[in-house]
Ligand binder design. Structure first.
Ligand code: SF4
Length: 451
């Protein structure tokens, strides 16, 4: 097992047996599954809409190279600037340089999974940039010095009491505040930051090739406030956010908020950004690698609706913090293959292939199949699996017939074999104990005959 795998397993063990954490995650799961049925009723034919979305995103892949250049041309003709970041370090450095060039003093940031992916907030804080997270869930997580645990519901793993305690500590407010009072404190703190801010760092839902527009949807209003109060806007987007035409948002935007907690058809606020001073940092960071993999590229059509996390029994047992990628849960598991098997082998095995996620995915992504593809590739590449591979190819031959199976059972019951398997399967899974006599052997004994 890789070093990352060992750490992952240790963290999983800790959190999976934390009863309080489980209770909160399961409450969220129950809420989502009850809500999900209602959400799809807003559509006369949800399956048709899913197919439309699937076709838009997949068609874009065919012309991606051209569409990305179109996007840059249109941003530039709108007065903006596009910067191409190959990796995490490039992206962070580029943003830091823009802040220096623009002499930014107070920066506000909105929700962005790419920012989590590149570790932007801690990096800028280390560089002594005065930056504030403005998404409520993420803001709460940062009060605990934690990163968001879930791409959609960042602070779902925290109780009201815990949040109240940390607010009392950090903002010197009364103890034991209720949810409404906690929201009031958050707004007060953030409003002050918006008014002082000169620069906004913004995540994008989609970027549009034929107009150079940036699409941002939200239901909090923090993006609008951040944009309205600042002159310099830095948009951070993965290259996979590209859609061919502005018309496509008619289909994609409502689907991306299909399962929003607030039970609205689409997020109530949608901003199409065309400001004066705009920088777009387009991040690759292994996305090209993922796109070149025919088997897994489909995961890039994801519109981050969050449904697959909400219904995943594994995610709802262990939460998002144990994953070390920005997009934890099913999507991150598949995406990790582009970072090499050292970063993905431990993740590929967490999926139970229950296929729940596929039932909800508005982009018709065959998530479990893609996880299986990862497993196949990892099994070929990972040398630590050589012993297991040999063992199983031996067993496939030895267990081909009932007679062979009867002869092999003593071997399968051997303690050394069980120890070997534990090394890769972990302490909680075992080869089952084979009965001393098989059914056919007992049958032969009773009936004194061949079966
Ligand atoms: S994979 Fe599908 S269900 Fe999961 S977040 Fe993306 S679009 Fe939503």
């Amino acid at each position: 097992m890789t070093e990352k795998g060992t750490i992952f397993n240790q963290n999983v063990k800790q959190v999976a047996f934390d009863g309080e954490h489980r209770k909160r995650m399961m409450a969220r799961y129950d809420f989502f599954t009850r809500l999900a049925e209602d959400c799809t009723k807003h559509y006369a034919n949800i399956e048709l809409e899913k197919s439309r979305a699937f076709n838009i995103r997949n068609k874009a892949f065919k012309y991606y190279d051209k569409l990305l250049v179109d996007f840059e041309t249109n941003v530039v003709s709108n007065g903006g600037k596009v910067l191409w970041a190959c990796n995490v370090e490039d992206a962070k450095q580029m943003i830091y340089n823009i802040l220096n060039d623009e002499k930014s003093k107070n920066v506000v940031k909105t929700k962005s999974l790419v920012a989590e992916e590149i570790g932007l907030l801690p990096y800028l804080e280390m560089k002594k940039v005065n930056i504030t997270e403005t998404d409520t869930g993420d803001f709460i997580c940062y009060q605990f010095d934690e990163r968001p645990s879930d791409p959609k519901h960042s602070a779902a793993h925290k109780s009201r009491q815990e949040i109240s305690e940390v607010f009392t500590n950090n903002f010197k407010v009364k103890e034991d505040l209720n949810a409404r009072q906690l929201m009031t404190v958050t707004r007060k703190v953030l409003n002050d930051k918006y008014f002082k801010a000169d620069t906004a760092i913004i995540g994008a839902d989609f970027i549009v090739a034929d107009t150079g527009d940036i699409i941002i949807s939200e239901d909090e209003g923090n993006v609008l406030k951040a944009i309205a109060n600042t002159n310099v806007h830095i948009v951070l987007a993965g290259i996979d956010k590209l859609i061919p035409s502005l018309d496509d948002i008619n289909v994609l935007l409502p689907l991306s908020s299909l399962y929003e907690v607030s039970r609205i058809k689409a997020k109530s606020l949608c901003t199409i950004l065309k400001p004066q001073k705009l920088y777009v940092v387009l991040v690759d960071n292994n996305r090209s690698n993922l796109m070149s993999r025919e088997a897994q590229r489909n995961i890039m059509t994801c519109i981050e609706c969050g449904a697959c996390h909400a219904v995943c029994p594994v995610f709802n047992t262990i939460g998002g913090h144990v994953f070390d990628n920005a997009f934890p849960g099913p999507v991150g598991v598949i995406q990790s293959i582009s970072e090499g098997y050292e970063n993905s082998s431990h993740l590929a095995t967490v999926c139970m292939s229950c296929h729940q996620c596929e039932q909800y995915c508005p982009m018709k992504i065959k998530i479990s199949d893609l996880v299986l593809r990862n497993r196949i590739e990892i099994a070929k590449e990972d040398s630590s699996l050589i012993a297991e591979r040999r063992l199983f190819s031996f067993l496939i031959k030895r267990l081909a017939t009932r007679k062979d199976m009867d002869k092999t059972k003593d071997f399968l019951n051997r303690i050394e074999l069980k120890q070997l398997i534990k090394k890769t399967w972990g302490m909680h899974r075992e080869i089952p104990v084979f009965a001393e006599k098989s059914f056919s052997e007992i049958w032969r004994e009773i009936n004194n005959s061949e079966v």
